[in-house]
Design a protein around this ligand. Structure first.
Ligand code: IVH
Length: 691
């Protein structure tokens, strides 16, 4: 047997095992045997890069191809669904449908509404060719490499599949996998995701498909916009199941809206037994030809409607109210509750948002309250059972002084929150600022919250700048520290001195400056001095910087304590200027736009990007007419190569690139920038310290 024959045989066999495992949940071989076959295929593919196939089962494990996402147009627009919440809403929908259908016989298909992220998969000759996110419905992000790592996304279809197919569905993270994954994040000091939907959305947009492959994602398919084998949607999905798609077998055909309602009632409770989250039911006119007759409005089809389940609620007693102080001094009221079960967890605390909300609710101690778990990790108090209130209950007065330091609270005009203005002496604000300073996206210093507490209590650290004057001897004498851990901490602090300016700007904690605005400001102004010297108008006209951020920057520099803090950081060698690798070394690549794809021998992709910029070129993500070079690494995708060829773009290899910039046959010495995953996070997570 030739290597090519064996490669083909292994690919077919592994596709079948994937299908048995992920879709039928009925594996024929053990994981060990599977891995052995996979390894054999990987070795053969490595030996023969000319037989590269993007749909090979080896691609499941994720490669680092094509990180930046390219926006592409959907073949069929990706619509959303109109919502309904009551039997009356459904009856209205039904009468609109019946008006057009008249006396013709028809039925609805009811399915579950999976709570995840929409995806559209394209297949040509049974092979997965493209996966797009919804985007704006007209254009989506090409996330093919990420989608390929999801076990339930077939790379190769089975049976009698159509030559061209587009199929849509939802990428979900089943609850069990979500819990384990979140636990792992907490243990590693990362922020957990608020819910499985956010986790699925964040995962699909990761830049490294290797990392996506580690996430427990699942694809549940529900709609075929391209040509279908049958006129019945229900049957089409059954047929698509035989091609290898994961389509939960839970839908039902219903003749009347009463039957539809019975299905809704059944699943309103039964859905809790499902391994993944659902947020409603989708009701679809079953006949494809009737669907076409009914057509669509600008955004939603007239032949389908979603019925949204009401969020689960629980009733319990409010025992007391705590006030927490954030790093910027924001006061957050938190309800302490009599423990109660809600959506699978026991709830003891709930958010009360701010003074206005509390006033509106007229919440009082000992009230019976209703709590709901919305999309956020923290449940919220949504209603008071006023009838259950006792005669002696008194309105609750919001605090006037900081519960931590006693300072009188202030409230900014147009803002819903109260603040403690005593930022220099209020312990949770001081510690909160240091906690922010050391996070991964800021200075990336390995310092746990408990250690910050210790250092603060020992009087060793009062601001983040004091970290840089800590000595090994200071640390080693602290509780729970040994020689090695003390050395590690000092090393980690020293290493943070090379963190680039944009991250330093984010780390110092100017109110309202997030990661994105910090990056934009760093790029435009190049130094903290330039930002400090910019006028309010100049700052406001910067992209991602509005009036609020501009005013906050001005406020920050008006405070002499902040100036002193910056001076201390500067004196300790922290980067307050854009330096190093992104600064131009030469301009040999000036005017050249370069796309990089694949992996390289001497440098990571990020380093390659830095080299391009350092030599005056511009790195772009997608090949177009105006691209000068496609810098091709190992395992480059065929679509990029084809595109480059069709536009007449020169394709160069790694060594040619080094020759161009005068580094031929040597390893360019550039500063290595750590590449970390930027998971998409929900703001609610920032409040997690509450619980
Ligand atoms: S059908 C043109 N079926 O819900 C019809 N959508 O709120 C397209 N969704 O955009 C949608 N489960 O992302 C359909 N069984 C299901 C669904 C479903 C979840 C999502 C989908 C859609 C959104 C609308």
């Amino acid at each position: 047997m030739t290597d090519l024959e064996r490669i083909t045989e292994l690919r077919n066999e592994l596709h079948r095992h994937n299908y048995n495992y992920y879709v039928k949940h009925n594996p024929e071989i053990s994981d060990f045997e599977f891995d052995k076959l996979l390894k054999e295929l990987q070795d053969l593919e490595q030996k023969h890069p000319e037989y590269f196939d993007p749909t090979s089962p080896t691609q499941r494990v994720g490669s680092d191809l094509d990180s930046g996402f390219v926006q592409e147009k959907h073949e069929y627009p990706m619509l959303s669904l109109a919502n309904s919440y009551s039997l009356e809403d459904l009856q209205e929908f039904d009468s609109r449908v019946r008006k057009l259908v008249g006396t013709r016989d028809f039925c609805y298909t009811c399915e579950l509404k999976y709570d995840g992220v929409a995806i559209s998969l394209q297949y040509k000759d049974g092979k997965l060719t493209r996966a797009l996110t919804r985007g704006d419905g007209i254009q989506g992000d090409n996330i093919t490499n990420n989608a390929k790592t999801i076990g339930t996304v077939p790379l190769q279809l089975h049976g009698n599949y159509p030559k061209e197919l587009e199929i849509r569905g939802e990428i979900v993270m089943p609850r069990k996998g979500f819990d384990a994954f979140n636990q792992e994040r907490i243990e590693q000091g990362d922020q957990p995701f608020a819910n499985p939907r956010n986790a699925a959305a964040g995962s699909l947009k990761l830049q490294s498909s290797k990392e996506v492959a580690r996430r427990p994602l699942q694809a549940n398919m529900y709609y075929i916009p391209s040509e279908t084998p049958s006129d019945s949607h229900y049957e089409n999905l059954a047929i698509a199941r035989s091609w290898g798609f994961n389509i939960p077998d839970l839908s039902e055909q219903c003749k009347t809206i009463d039957d539809v309602y019975a299905y809704i009632k059944k699943w309103d409770t039964k859905r809790k037994e499902l391994p993944f989250d659902t947020d409603g039911i989708v009701i679809k006119v079953d006949s494809i030809s009737l669907q076409q007759e009914l057509g669509m409005t600008a955004k939603t089809p007239r032949w389908a409607i979603a019925f949204k389940f009401k969020a689960e609620r629980a009733r319990t007693k409010l025992l007391s109210i705590d006030f927490q102080v954030g790093r910027q001094g924001t006061i957050t009221p938190v309800a302490n509750l009599e423990p109660v079960h809600l959506a699978g967890t026991i709830i003891k605390r709930a958010s009360l948002y701010n003074a206005d909300q509390m006033k509106e609710l007229d919440i009082r101690i000992n009230d019976y309250v209703y709590i709901e778990k919305g999309g956020e990790i923290i449940p919220k108090v949504v209603e008071i059972d006023v009838d259950a209130r006792t005669a002696d209950s008194k309105p609750f007065a919001f605090i006037t002084h900081c519960p931590e330091c006693g300072a009188e609270l202030v409230r900014m005009e147009d803002e819903a929150n109260y603040y403690c203005p005593n930022s220099k002496n209020c312990p949770p604000q001081i510690k909160g600022k240091i906690e922010h300073f050391v996070t991964r996206k800021a200075m990336d210093i390995a310092l746990a919250g408990a250690t910050i507490d210790q250092l603060y209590k020992a009087g060793l650290v009062k601001t983040s700048a004091d970290l840089y004057t800590l000595t090994y001897n200071d640390v080693v004498t602290l509780d729970r520290f040994a020689e090695k851990s003390a050395k590690n901490l000092i090393d980690s602090i020293q290493a943070s001195k090379s963190v680039p300016f944009a991250r330093v700007l984010y780390a110092i904690g100017i109110r309202h400056i997030g990661e994105t605005s910090a990056k934009t400001l760093a790029k435009k102004y190049k130094s903290l001095d330039a930002i400090q010297n910019a006028t309010l108008e100049e700052l406001q006209s910067t992209e991602d910087v509005g009036e609020i951020i501009a005013a906050s920057i001005k406020n920050y520099f008006a405070d002499p304590d902040n100036i002193q803090f910056i001076e201390k950081l500067k004196a300790n060698g922290i980067q307050f200027e854009e330096t190093g690798s992104t600064q131009a070394i030469s301009n040999v690549l000036e005017g050249k736009t370069i796309v990089i794809s694949g992996t390289f021998e001497k440098h990571s992709r990020d380093e390659m990007k830095e080299l391009i910029e350092a030599y005056g070129g511009k790195n772009v993500s997608g090949v177009s007419k105006s691209t000068t070079y496609l810098l091709a690494g190992d395992g480059i995708g065929p679509s990029k190569l084809e595109k480059a060829q069709s536009f007449g773009v020169s394709i160069i290899d790694e060594e040619t690139f080094y020759q161009m910039i005068g580094l031929g046959d040597s390893s360019a010495d550039i500063q290595k920038t750590p590449t970390k995953q930027d998971d998409q996070q929900n703001n609610a997570n920032q409040q997690l310290s509450l619980f």
